[in-house]
Design a protein around this ligand. Structure first.
Ligand SMILES: Cc1cc2nc3c(=O)[nH]c(=O)nc-3n(C[C@H](O)[C@H](O)[C@H](O)COP(=O)(O)O)c2cc1C
Length: 97
């Protein structure tokens, strides 16, 4: 784990969708630090479940954080997703609370 997240305002959180949400190690990361006042931008790879319930889980684990609407990409499409990634980075204005 990193020492902390104090020096960051925005955290890009990437993970594979496992069983409809984040792998347990990512839960542990989110449980380990205070994300209040931070912006979290989640993105995942998946094989059909999209973001699953991961965004709801992040909101539960990170009270006071702002969550950007996530980006889900098929694992098999990663190599041709440049455009989608660029677009997401540009207009993730769909902020959730
Ligand atoms: C333990 C495990 C659980 C998984 N659960 C899901 C799931 O619930 N939904 C889904 O869409 N993909 C699931 N996957 C597929 C992964 O999301 C996928 O392997 C990952 O995004 C990487 O894509 P790739 O294997 O094409 O590189 C799971 C994979 C593993 C290993």
């Amino acid at each position: 784990l990193p020492d902390g997240v104090n020096e960051y305002n925005t955290i890009y959180l990437g993970y594979p969708n496992w069983w409809g949400t984040m792998p347990m190690a990512v839960f542990t990361f989110l449980e380990s630090f205070n994300f209040s006042g931070k912006t979290i931008a989640p993105f995942c790879t998946h094989e059909g479940s999209g973001m699953g319930k991961s965004e709801r889980d992040i909101i539960k684990l990170c009270p006071g954080a702002q969550l950007v609407t996530g980006m889900a990409i098929y694992g098999s499409s990663v190599l041709k997703s440049d455009e989608e990634v660029r677009k997401w980075l540009q207009d993730y204005k769909g902020l959730r609370s």
